[in-house]
Design a protein around this ligand. Structure first.
Ligand SMILES: *[C@@H]1O[C@H](CO)[C@@H](O)[C@H](O)[C@H]1NC(C)=O
Length: 638
């Protein structure tokens, strides 16, 4: 069954197109099928699976899974006997004249060991880890639930003389025959959240920003080997010369190929795998077979792998090459729409009790995978968390451009707004937020090299990368005006005009106290500030305005006092109720001067207005799922 090694090279060649540099990768080429039957201890614990899987690995495979049981297997169908994990895909059948014939397959797995920086560890799979990927009901690449390149279908056309003659397809319906077989591959996500050993939605694992190379998400910081499972189906032996199209069906009835899915349950000897993952003999050497790693070579036994049989009994016997009248279970071939049901219902075989047992915990409780906890960060101090990219924005973020940016200035700004995350981008942008976006990835520090616009000796992030600082104590808004007891919030203007309509003035050196005094003189009780220099008064909200807005929508410095806020740039107004006690219009309590929030002001000729150029990115803090709203480089004349 061995797939010739020259096949391997071309497959790696295909892969390396997605990776700029040679990465560490192991492959195990001597691996056999343990059994083909309707079991899936992850999806159907202590039950019969809905369809047949072709299962590889440790002999203690059964209808339940727990790590000590699987780790204790007496043998593995993988040549490396320290790996008692199980790996499986659905069985592939050849269909012709109403019959279904299980295809034989050669099997192999790869572990990609890419890392972000030389000292980043790739760790052994945690005991108890289970991973399921793919969607058995998918009928197109968009519905597989995994990134498109995670599934691979390669028709080995002319591999022996010219591997470049191989054809990759979006699915398994090749219009030709595949004289050296049909390869189906699937790539597992390598980034783990450090807590959950299994979640039905798969969210305990994540792909890197580049499928299997590149960076892990900040939310999934533990890097594990990135498994790629590969089966080479021997279509050419069963029906030489016949085109595959319309002849293949996965065990669950899928005739498109997109229903390819795969599972992994960990049964590794953790000490052996960790020793290999840290041995200079086995990592840092690019692509290699597992047998070239001396730590693993000590555990190789090809004869044991070949002889390995399930030790807890079998549910049923499905033999390669023996045609069946129907796919086992209720699996009528279907190519679109809802999966067909069976009438009368199909009866499952009886599950032997020897295949049942206890399932392991789905929560990791050990201490081998420490994750820095936010609780570990010191109070009243900004600590550097690293360089993040991908969806690098922070949650509920506000951002401004600063021509004199330093980490300290940005941190002071975020402190004023009561936000614990402070991020520096491209040397001259400061972003504050309440959390890290779940789609953010951790990047090597080298990706945050930009000199700060205000301090050439410091770095302030990178191009699209955020240099992130965290201060757990920065959760209270300190900005003057917001702490003022007369302040009643950021409100929206009316659709038909200003939110306060009794009087209005545009005054260059506007401050909060100036506007309050103006409105008091106008015998009005509400004072509103907008555009940095506009004051409006009234006794009640007008024009349908007054709807509360997220505080971040009012973030413009007052032109007469840059420590104060005078509303927002677009229909958002800072409102004060001067009939409430305790105002006084004081600006005390300001902690820093944010002169750079306004990068340019100029008076257009003849308009008497002011042009404000500023970048503010805001997300509604109080509206879950609200779309991020970007206000960029707006010019207002008023
Ligand atoms: C302003 O304060 C007064 C006195 O407490 C109150 O009666 C009035 O409703 C307030 N107005 C607004 C718009 O909050």
């Amino acid at each position: 069954m061995l797939v010739p090694t020259f096949l391997l090279l071309s497959v790696l060649g295909l892969l390396s197109q997605t990776s700029a540099q040679a990465v560490d990768a192991w492959h195990l080429d001597t691996m056999y099928t343990l059994i083909t039957q309707r079991l899936d201890p992850i999806i159907n614990p202590n039950g019969v699976s809905s369809h047949v899987h072709r299962i590889l690995g440790g002999s203690n495979f059964g209808a339940n899974y727990n790590y000590p049981l699987y780790d204790g297997s007496s043998c593995s169908s993988a040549a490396v006997q320290a790996d008692n994990s199980n790996y499986w895909m659905p069985q592939l059948f050849w269909r012709e004249n109403g019959k279904f014939t299980p295809l034989k397959a050669g099997t192999r797995f790869y572990y990609f060991l890419a890392r972000n920086k030389p000292n980043e560890p790739v760790k052994a799979f945690p005991p108890g880890l289970r991973i399921v990927i793919g969607n058995p009901n998918a009928k197109n690449s968009a519905s597989t639930g995994i990134p498109v390149p995670a599934q691979g279908f390669i028709c080995l056309k002319d591999h022996f003389s010219s591997p470049t003659g191989d054809r990759a397809g979006p699915d398994f319906n090749f219009a030709t025959d595949c004289p050296q077989g049909l390869t189906t591959t699937i790539k597992f996500p390598p980034c783990w959240d450090g807590k959950n050993l299994y979640k039905p939605d798969g969210s305990h694992m994540a792909y890197t920003d580049n499928l299997q190379y590149g960076s892990c998400p900040v939310s999934h910081p533990i890097r594990l080997p990135a498994i790629m499972l590969e089966y080479v189906w021997q279509t050419y032996k069963l029906r030489p010369g016949v085109a595959l199209k319309d002849h293949l069906v996965w065990a669950n009835g899928d005739t498109t190929g997109y229903g390819l899915h795969a599972d992994f349950v960990n049964g590794w000897d953790t000490d052996v795998l960790n020793a290999a993952l840290t041995s200079p003999d086995c990592v840092g050497k690019g692509e290699m077979t597992m047998t070239a790693c001396t730590v693993l070579a000590q555990h190789m036994n090809n004869a044991a792998a070949l002889a390995c049989k399930p030790s807890r009994g079998v549910l049923e016997t499905i033999e390669d090459g023996v045609a069946l009248d129907a796919l086992p279970g209720c699996n009528i071939p279907w190519s679109s729409g809802t999966k067909p049901t069976c009438s009368p219902p199909v009866t499952n075989p009886t599950l032997p009790s020897s295949l049942m047992g206890q399932d392991g915990s789905v929560t990791y409780t050990g201490s081998e995978y420490p994750i820095p906890s936010l609780a570990d960060y010191p109070a009243n101090k900004w600590s550097r968390m690293g360089c993040i990219g991908g969806q690098a924005s922070l949650l509920n973020s506000i951002q401004y451009t600063d021509s004199a940016l330093t980490p300290a200035r940005c941190q002071a700004y975020c402190w004023e707004w009561g936000m614990p995350y402070s991020g520096l981008i491209s040397g001259s942008y400061c972003q504050c937020g309440t959390g890290i976006h779940p789609g953010a990835f951790a990047w090597p520090d080298a990706h945050c090299p930009q000199k700060c616009s205000g301090a050439a000796g410091s770095t302030c992030g990178g191009n699209g990368k955020l240099e992130l600082f965290y201060n757990p104590s920065s959760t209270t808004v300190h900005h003057p005006g917001i702490a003022d007891p007369q302040y009643i919030g950021c409100r929206r203007d009316g659709t038909g005009g200003r939110v306060l309509s009794a009087s209005y003035i545009s005054y260059g050196p506007m401050t909060i106290e100036w506007c309050k005094n103006y409105c008091t003189a106008q015998k009005q009780t509400l004072a509103g500030l907008e555009f940095g220099h506009v004051c409006m008064c009234g006794n009640s909200f007008a024009n349908g305005g007054g709807v509360p807005q997220p505080q971040e929508y009012c973030a413009l410095a007052c032109e007469g006092n840059t420590k104060q806020i005078c509303g927002g740039p677009a229909a958002t107004v800072s409102i004060y109720n001067i009939s409430l006690a305790g105002g006084g219009g004081s600006s005390s309590g300001g902690t820093s001067v944010i002169t750079s929030t306004k990068s340019s002001t100029s008076a257009p000729v003849g308009s008497g207005g002011v042009t404000i150029t500023k970048t503010v990115t805001v997300t509604a803090a109080c509206t879950a799922g609200r779309k991020k709203r970007s206000l960029r480089a707006f010019d207002f004349l008023h």
